[in-house]
Design a protein around this ligand. Structure first.
Ligand code: ATP
Ligand code: MG
Length: 383
């Protein structure tokens, strides 16, 4: 009796002619996730099987599989020869000793001498005989014993479906550049785009010496946590302290944040071109703070040509926090730190800045020189 992990995939079946491509990317991502843990990955009709793994590390293996986008569900089960006695022995391993249950059979091998119904009835009957505390309930069973008769003379027997990460294989939806702060929202935004199959690169702005190394370490830790979901294991950083100083010295105080954000977007677009990303991604949510009004969004969008994806735009903070907790970034995000946006923060930031006023104020700055200086501070961290 061999322990196996059965992996079922999510939306790949929707992709018609592209299916082969999606499956190849999915397979590469699964292999990457399981790297360093002993295993074999086999593709069988409509699912993947992981075999030959170290049972002592099965939990870790399952954890990694559960974070691969495209995994709809997975089950730990047993692979046995498909004769009745072997299937029965496996079934009694995965079935509890008491409570309601049913047996459900699927036959990929239609030449199997029994129908699905007959096999279910046979195995169910034997379980009832051996364990009198069991009762059959075909409508709402407390437990289901699943039997999958394969074409190669084996059967897969399992009891539970574990939920996978869902979504689409990372790498099938192009590449985007996430503006990642140390906050709660942007890591969630990156997770959500990766979930839809996007390769996500990370860019962080700091204001050294106004912000310290702690802030940077925190973002690196967030990047590491996101890497478990196939978000790039690389973090790019740029220093914008000199830009903030210039804005602070020369421009209307209420536009500090607005003007800084326009520089962030310009720098992000430039960086996106360098890494071949086709869009920017932010963690903005409508109305959450002064700069996240439609006017604020318009003023940032006005300085870039690339599309800006804001997957959290319609989310409440509470909903974002829930996802952050689920994906394990929340604890790190709430550690105290200084974000560059909080340096030189005006008392009353403009909530509905007029584009004409913004552009007027911006003329007081040498945008090109400021950009050049910022881009020269680029650092790359492989995590
Ligand atoms: P977050 O929780 O992601 O920090 P927030 O609610 O604090 O978001 P803002 O500070 O207005 O909101 O930032 C809005 C978005 O701008 C962030 O979600 C992020 O995408 C981007 N951003 C903000 N600060 C930085 C930074 N220092 N480096 C990179 N991107 C940033
Ligand atoms: Mg923030």
């Amino acid at each position: 009796m061999e322990k196996v992990i059965i992996i079922r995939y999510a939306e790949i079946h929707l992709k018609g002619k592209n299916r082969g491509y999606f499956e190849r990317v999915f397979c590469v991502n699964l292999e990457r996730a399981m790297k360093g843990l002993k295993h074999e990955l086999h593709r069988t009709s409509g699912r993947y099987l992981v075999t030959a793994f170290d049972e002592a590390r099965m939990e870790e293996l399952c954890g990694r599989i559960s974070r691969v986008f495209g995994v709809h569900s997975y089950s730990v089960g047993l692979c046995v020869p498909y004769d009745l006695d072997s299937v029965y022995r496996a079934a009694r391993e995965v079935c509890p000793r008491a409570g309601s249950f049913k047996v459900q059979t699927h036959r990929a091998d239609k030449k199997y001498p029994m129908t699905s119904m007959e096999l279910s009835a046979h195995i169910g009957g034997r379980l009832l005989d051996e364990f009198p505390q069991l009762t059959v309930d075909v409508h709402e069973p407390g437990h289901t014993v699943c039997i999958d008769i394969r074409e190669n003379g084996t059967a897969l027997v399992f009891g539970k479906f574990e939920r996978g990460a869902g979504g689409m294989p990372v790498g099938t939806s192009g590449k985007g550049l996430l503006l990642i702060s140390g906050g709660i929202d942007s890591p969630v935004a990156g997770y959500m785009m990766a979930k839809r199959g996007m390769t996500v690169e990370l860019l962080h702005f700091h204001s050294y010496p106004y912000t310290n190394d702690g802030a940077k370490e925190k973002v690196k830790e967030l990047a590491r946590l996101l890497a478990r979901y196939s978000v790039s294991g690389r973090l790019l950083t740029l220093n914008v302290a000199h830009i903030q100083e210039e804005i602070h010295a020369k421009c209307a105080a209420e536009l500090n944040v607005t003007l800084l954000r326009r520089f962030m977007f310009r720098l992000a677009e430039q960086t996106a071109r360098d890494v071949n990303a086709k869009c920017l991604i932010t963690g903005e949510s409508l109305g959450q703070v002064a700069s996240q009004t439609i006017e604020g969004i318009t003023s940032s969008n006005a300085v870039v040509k690339l599309p800006v994806l804001r997957p959290l735009i319609g989310f409440d903070k509470e909903e974002i926090v829930l996802i952050a907790k689920k994906i394990g970034t929340f604890e790190t995000s709430v550690l105290p730190y200084e974000d560059c946006c909080t340096v030189f923060l005006p008392d009353f930031p403009a909530i509905r800045p007029k584009l004409s006023f913004i552009e007027e104020e911006e003329k007081k700055l040498d945008a090109e020189a400021l950009m050049r200086e910022a881009l020269a501070t680029k650092e790359v961290f492989e995590l």
